[in-house]
Write a protein that binds this ligand. Structure first.
Ligand code: AP5
Ligand code: MG
Ligand code: ZN
Length: 216
């Protein structure tokens, strides 16, 4: 099968984590979510977790050098050789430039950058109602994708929780950070001719179908 190196680009709550799932199933490649890696480090109480938590709770970005270091190591792992799906990385120009340098060194160019367009009022509603499984990470929404039993994960029976950064103040800060630091990446990747823009405001099945059409 063709190698697939994908970036899911979009504001907080665009549905990057949700879209990663059908892509993993289709292409059998891992999802690299820097947000998930950082939340795992916070949970484990590691040095990385302790320093990252302050930034994450404020809705600010963790410093570029920390993130770049994590990603560089991760993509060299055996399971990433058939490709991977970046979710939430890169999100600054220095991160995108560092990634380009590494990919060039490895001789492994990007397949596509899927730009998920979603209006701000929609992402605020999505983030405010999101519930995440503490055990397996499955994503739910109290209105758009409710679990069969309130507070319980359909997939594994784990406890559903609300992320610390899904409160209104932090959501607003995350959106501002997206506009200032991540939005310029659309232009950056458009210049490279790899950007594929899809309507991320459609329902989850349609979003997945549009993404699959975009990368063939
Ligand atoms: P991260 O974890 O990456 O969060 P984010 O970018 O804010 O994105 P989210 O995970 O909130 O949203 P999503 O797009 O995955 O949406 P989801 O699928 O869950 O980053 C968190 C923090 O970590 C950052 O603020 C920063 O501090 C740090 N960090 C991470 N990466 C970094 C980096 N590279 N550099 C520096 N710092 C970094 O969907 C949201 C909700 O909507 C769910 O409830 C879902 O069920 C629902 N939903 C999804 N799709 C649909 C749909 N089509 N229709 C209806 N509902 C939908
Ligand atoms: Mg996510
Ligand atoms: Zn679960």
């Amino acid at each position: 099968m063709q190698t697939m190196r994908l970036i899911l680009l979009g504001p907080p709550g665009a549905g990057k984590g949700t879209l990663a799932k059908p892509l993993i199933e289709k292409y059998h490649i891992p999802q690299i979510s820097t947000g998930d890696i950082l939340r795992q480090a916070v949970k484990n109480g590691t040095e990385l977790g302790k320093s990252a938590k302050t930034y994450m709770d404020r809705g600010d970005l963790v410093p570029d050098d920390v993130i770049i270091g994590i990603v560089k190591e991760r993509i060299k792992a055996a399971d990433c050789q058939p490709g991977y799906i970046f979710d939430g990385f890169p999100r600054t120009l220095p991160q995108a430039e560092a990634l380009d340098r590494v990919l060039k060194e490895l001789g492994t160019p990007l397949t596509a950058v899927i730009n998920m367009e979603v209006p701000e009022d929609v992402v605020v509603t999505r983030l405010s109602g999101r519930r995440t499984c503490r055990n397996c990470g499955a994503l739910f929404h109290i209105a758009f994708n409710p679990p069969a039993q309130e507070g319980v994960c359909n997939a594994c029976g784990g406890e559903l929780y609300q992320r610390d950064d899904d409160n209104e103040t932090t959501i607003r800060q995350r959106l501002g950070v997206y506009r200032q630091q991540t939005f310029p990446l659309i232009e950056y990747y458009a210049k490279q001719g790899v950007i594929k823009t899809i309507d991320g405001a459609a329902d989850a099945k349609e979003v997945a179908a549009a993404a699959l059409r975009a990368v063939v």
